[in-house]
Design a protein around this ligand. Structure first.
Ligand SMILES: Cc1cc2nc3c(=O)[nH]c(=O)nc-3n(C[C@H](O)[C@H](O)[C@H](O)COP(=O)(O)OP(=O)(O)OC[C@H]3O[C@@H](n4cnc5c(N)ncnc54)[C@H](O)[C@@H]3O)c2cc1C
Length: 420
């Protein structure tokens, strides 16, 4: 895979301590950064993408590509490559409730071009986006480039300092974009403080064996909730990626019950996993993740913009984080392409990006926080398996209204398209 195609002015060298220059420096090669880099590169803007890791293969990443993102990928002509990869499709995921299985949304009812959530390993999506960007000579990707500082002059951000194999470097830029995820270093360096939006939870994250012809794989994902626990299983073809959600701070109690106690709790709510659990034998197979969600009151400073999780850490509820990160990138490219091309970027352009995105993000975070407080936290505190009340089931039978959850999952509050 070609990882870089640089303009003379932004070409990295192997000499330590070099200074280079570009128009837009993007920190972080996740969905937000990779998409923004591609969209700006295809409009002829000089863009350098700095990613601290040497590849895109990361364990703690979601794999769900929603209809909104599939339409964007279609618009920019890369959907074919994605569809050629090994993938799964989720149309209507099912929750194992005490009274009867329950599907909170069914995308097939929307009559849209891509009525499903595509499950594809995120590293392939990121490779496709960056390989596509590398077709443009004004794009440069530097892997293994860890941004350590912002260059600030006269109250404006003018680029970054970073460390890579070649040593310490400076990259000066008209615009610096922090797309460096939930623990954003750029955000911290800029002094922007996120505000929590949901009560934090803990997740035990591990793999379970998946036989090639596993009948559980038919829906692509499934889960159960109640009796103090929640299990979500995502089909990753060769294995099941399992998230076991617990109340914040209850990990020591789970650990004290041992691996067998953990397996018992999982089987209590998802008995279908009995055979699969044989492959879970040691705590070293399990990672403990803290799940938080937050929102930055301000996403910009002169010369700097935050997008994706750097601006708003998304809770895993609904599996929408990748898609909101990509929507941020699309809106940023729609708004900023012209000012960047003309050399007239002003702070009002950066403000416009936040204004166009913030209500969509606030809306979905409110929705996630309600689900987290009213459904997840309540079910974790209950000793029963979650039971879906009759009026909730009735709601999902009302024509048109029943499609709202599917629309929100598919597109969010506002549908986003590439404008140029
Ligand atoms: C356990 C878990 C499961 C999830 N599951 C899903 C799911 O199924 N579906 C979904 O849509 N969302 C899911 N999410 C949320 C989703 O992963 C994020 O919302 C999404 O990845 C945000 O994209 P991003 O581009 O903003 O940031 P990220 O994907 O976090 O990318 C940021 C990038 O910046 C790089 N970086 C960080 N610091 C620096 C630095 N100093 N210098 C250079 N590079 C740097 C990182 O290496 C990383 O590649 C999940 C999150 C968690 C924690």
């Amino acid at each position: 895979m070609a990882h870089s195609a640089a303009l003379p002015s932004s070409r990295p060298t192997t000499a330590p301590g070099y200074t280079s220059e570009t128009t837009c420096c993007i920190v972080g090669g996740g969905p937000a950064g990779a998409m923004l880099a591609l969209l700006l590169a295809r409009r002829g803007i000089r863009v350098t993408l700095l990613e601290m890791h040497k590849d895109f293969d990361r364990e703690f990443r979601g794999d769900t590509v929603h209809p909104s993102t599939l339409e964007i990928l279609d618009q920019i002509g890369v959907i074919g490559r994605l569809m050629q990869l090994r993938h799964g499709k989720i149309f209507a995921p099912t929750i194992q409730a005490a009274n009867a299985p329950f599907a909170p949304f069914d995308l097939r009812r929307l009559h849209i071009k891509y009525p499903y959530i595509l499950m594809v390993h995120q590293k392939f999506l990121l490779e496709i986006l960056t390989e596509e960007a590398a077709r443009f000579p004004n794009f440069c990707l530097e892997m293994g480039a860890n941004v350590t500082d912002l260059i600030q002059e006269n109250g404006e951000v003018r680029g970054v300092r970073y460390v890579s194999e070649g040593g310490e470097h400076e990259l000066r830029a008209t615009l610096t974009v922090g797309a460096d995820g939930r623990f954003s270093h750029v955000r911290t360096l800029a002094g922007i403080k996120p505000v929590g939006t949901s009560p934090p939870m803990d997740v035990l994250w591990f793999r379970l064996a998946r036989p090639p012809d596993d009948p559980l794989a038919a829906g692509g994902a499934f889960g159960g909730i109640g009796k103090g626990h929640m299990v979500v299983a995502l089909d990753r073809f060769d294995y099941w990626q399992v998230g076991y959600v617990i109340l914040k701070g209850s990990y020591q109690g789970v650990r004290a019950e041992g691996i067998d106690g953990l397996k018992r709790h999982i089987l209590d709510i998802v008995p279908q996993l009995a055979k699969h659990l044989d492959s879970l034998t040691d705590w070293r197979q399990i990672s403990l993740l803290s799940v938080e969600s937050s929102f930055c009151p301000r996403w910009y400073l002169p010369g700097l913009l935050l997008i994706g999780d750097a601006a708003h850490v998304m809770s895993p509820i609904g599996g929408v984080g990748i898609n909101y990160a990509i929507q941020d990138a699309v809106v940023a490219a729609n708004v900023l392409t012209r000012p960047l091309l003309s050399g007239n970027l002003s702070i009002s352009d950066l403000k416009a990006v936040q204004a166009k995105r913030e209500w969509s993000v606030r809306f979905i975070q409110f929705f996630q926080s309600q689900v987290q407080k009213r459904v997840v936290a309540a079910a974790l505190q209950s000793q029963q398996l979650l039971s879906v009340p009759w009026y909730v089931r009735a709601f999902f039978h009302i024509p048109y209204v029943r499609d709202w959850p599917s629309r929100v999952i598919a597109y969010g509050l506002v549908r986003v398209h590439v404008e140029n």
